[in-house]
Write a protein that binds this ligand. Structure first.
Ligand code: ARG
Length: 463
């Protein structure tokens, strides 16, 4: 006799139900209910295929279809009672289907296992997140393009080692992030192509003796094809790892940009003013306007990379095929996805709303001897000096200006000639920051002309 507390799915073999601790460690319904829509989509595809191949009757398949739709609306309306005893979303839905349609519900699991079911649900879920990330990145790139276009010829200091290096344009700096986020976009797209194969029909691990049509279920779920090896189909979580890998790099980019916004919005820099909508105040210091959104975005990489590491560790060393370890795949991915989407949306909002302070950018652009390289280049061009000698002469002039507490263009021609007598007043033409950036016309350079070309190119790509 079967204990009436034992499981309704596999109670036949069991004399007793699970210990409360066993139920607690075993259940995934607390989190995998997020895949309810995917689970029901997978079941509907499977049911339609079972009827098309004659494995179940059309009448039973129709009952399953209607029952599944009823359950979907129950879940969407928050009326579904999820049960921990039923362990996961797959068994919760199937048990409810039994209540709704009776006997035909018991035929739905023909030629299928929870192993291929969960692999299918999770792939569909991750694929949706990949699409959301692509949308989020496109919106962010559009916001950056607007900033770049507006300030294509605004000058600002370019930094290396966070020390003033050479003047660059605001537009060029914005476009650097467009390039970074475009690579993220292409990583998500690449991952999507690889993940878009259907595990459904792999069954427990070996395939099934029923004459199923995996092509049909794959197509119904928007997959390009069924996965070719049933062991691999139920064992693989590469799609989630690729999503986390792409998300990690994207979050790292977001973090770098967030860090720049934190620095730029400080009273010491004043390069940008963040909008009130994306700032917070202090409960004690009335003057404060804090870049909290940027700081939080800067921090998100922690949990996203953490998820990447955690899932990699779950998967390492697992023998084929399914192991219950793999139930530990979801929460990390859910959390990473939620936070990536939030970070992308917050960054897009901040970038759209922020004001670049053109005057502060320009004032900073000329300080810190930022046109020293232009001076050295001029010595090479105008006086045919070897670059190394020009570097040395320029270094002496920088030292002189530093001693006087002025910038390079503030030195007189006589000052310059005291270091090298061939210098003419033509040199002052290259010491202006606008001349400096305009001269950097090499492909990929900071000249406003080049920036505008890149803005136009990316607008076309995004359109
Ligand atoms: N809840 C399980 C998971 O998330 C579903 C698959 C269970 N399969 C099994 N053979 N126990 O991975």
């Amino acid at each position: 006799m079967t204990d009436k507390t034992s499981n309704q799915m596999w109670g036949g073999r069991f004399a007793a139900g699970p210990d409360a601790i066993m139920e607690a460690i075993n259940a995934s319904i607390g989190f995998d209910q997020r895949m309810a829509a995917q689970d029901i989509a997978g079941s509907r595809a499977h049911a339609a295929m079972l009827a098309a191949t004659g494995i179940v009757s059309d009448k039973d398949a129709e009952a399953m279809r209607e029952g599944l739709l009823t359950i979907l609306s129950e879940i969407e309306e928050g009326k579904f009672a999820f049960s921990t005893a039923l362990e996961d979303i797959h068994m919760n839905v199937e048990a409810r289907l039994k209540e709704v349609i009776g006997e035909p519900a018991g035929r739905l699991h023909t030629g299928r296992s929870r192993n291929d079911q969960v692999a299918t649900d999770f792939r569909l879920w991750v694929r949706d997140q990949v699409d959301a990330a692509i949308d989020g990145l496109q919106a962010l790139m559009a916001a950056l393009l607007d900033q770049a276009e507006a300030g294509a010829d605004w000058v600002m200091p370019g930094f290396t080692h966070l020390q003033t290096a050479q003047p660059v344009t605001w537009g060029h700096h914005m476009m650097a992030y467009v390039e970074m986020f475009a690579r993220d976009l292409s990583r998500f797209r690449d991952a999507r192509v690889r993940m878009n194969e259907s595990p459904l029909g792999a069954a427990a691990l070996a395939g099934t003796s029923f004459p199923i049509d995996r092509q049909m279920t794959a197509e119904a779920l928007g997959f390009d094809r069924p996965m070719a090896n049933s062991l691999d189909a139920v064992s693989d979580r590469d799609f989630a790892l690729e999503f986390l890998g792409a998300s990690t790099i994207c979050a790292m980019h977001l973090s770098r940009m967030a860090e720049e916004l934190v620095i730029w919005s400080s009273a010491q820099f004043r390069f940008v003013t963040l909008s009130d909508r994306f700032s917070t105040g202090s409960s004690i210091m009335p003057q404060k306007k804090n870049p909290d959104a940027a700081e939080l975005i800067r921090a998100k990489i922690g949990r996203i990379f953490g998820a990447n590491v955690a899932l990699t560790m779950v998967m390492k060393g697992l023998p084929l095929a399914y192991s219950k370890d793999m139930q530990e795949d979801k929460e990390q991915v859910f959390d990473a996805a939620d936070n990536l989407m939030l970070a992308l949306a917050a960054m897009t909002g901040m970038v759209s709303d922020m004001t670049a302070n053109r005057a502060s950018l320009e004032a900073a652009a000329g300080s810190g001897f930022s046109t020293a390289t232009d001076l050295a280049d001029w010595l090479v061009r105008a006086l045919n000096m070897p670059f190394r000698d020009a570097h040395h002469v320029t270094g002496s002039l920088v030292a002189m200006a530093e001693k006087r507490g002025c910038d390079l263009p503030d030195l007189t021609l006589a000052d310059m000639q005291s270091v090298h007598d061939k210098i003419t007043d033509e040199v002052f033409g290259v010491l202006g920051v606008h001349n400096s950036v305009a001269s950097r016309m090499s492909y990929g350079g900071t000249a406003p002309t080049r920036v505008r070309e890149q803005v136009a190119r990316w607008r076309e790509v995004l359109a």
